[in-house]
Design a protein around this ligand. Structure first.
Ligand SMILES: Nc1nc2c(ncn2[C@@H]2O[C@H](COP(=O)(O)OP(=O)(O)OP(=O)(O)O)[C@@H](O)[C@H]2O)c(=O)[nH]1
Length: 169
């Protein structure tokens, strides 16, 4: 998710989404960057400006999960240090083809302190929830009212997510 618009270079799909957070409209500008290695240097330019990054792997493709650590290293190098991060295991509608073990994804999420959820772009499971959680966190950060009740991303998705598994810590 980026705050500034750049002309698309290669296969970077962009959409806007408006999320209502407790009566405030939060506009998310969402860039779906390509996951392939050959686009990686282009992707850097996008996540440098991002306020939040949703890191998706495919629950049916172990290699996509194995790549998450490399993406996290890239993020640590190129993204803003306080970027909001969330790890999502997508395609959970194909659970019978699941290729990533629960203990592996929990270990990874715990190691990096990442909020984690399983989603399905096909059925919509937890998709709106992921964006709402991000919008709530960004809104909270943008408000300069230290006395306001603190929004906790991990707790929120733990309470609200359906199906699949979530969340650490
Ligand atoms: N069953 C199922 N298929 C999905 C889901 N999400 C995406 N797909 C399918 O997976 C394929 C790849 O989807 P894309 O959205 O192109 O994946 P991507 O991660 O953007 O791909 P790259 O940008 O190349 O990394 C398509 O055939 C989608 O229909 C899902 O939640 N469930």
């Amino acid at each position: 998710m980026c705050s500034s618009a750049r002309p698309p270079l290669v296969r970077q799909d962009q959409q806007n989404k408006v999320v209502d957070v407790d009566g405030t409209k939060v506009k998310l500008q969402i860039w779906d960057t390509a996951g392939q290695e050959r686009f990686r240097s282009v992707t850097h330019a996008y996540y440098r400006d991002a306020h939040a990054l949703l890191l998706l792997y495919d629950v049916t493709r172990k290699v996509s999960f194995d790549n998450v650590q490399a993406w996290l290293a890239e993020i640590q190098e190129h993204a803003q240090h306080d970027v909001v991060l969330m790890l999502l295991g997508n395609k959970v509608d194909s659970a019978q083809e699941r290729a990533v073990k629960r203990e592996d994804r929990e270990k990874l999420a715990r190691e990096y302190g990442l909020p984690f959820m399983e989603t399905s772009a096909r059925t919509g499971l937890n998709v709106d929830l992921a964006f709402t959680a991000i919008a709530k966190e960004l809104k909270q950060r943008s408000m300069k009212t230290p006395d306001a009740p603190h929004f906790r991303l991990h707790d929120y998705i733990k309470r609200a997510s359906r199906g699949g598994s979530c969340c650490w810590p």
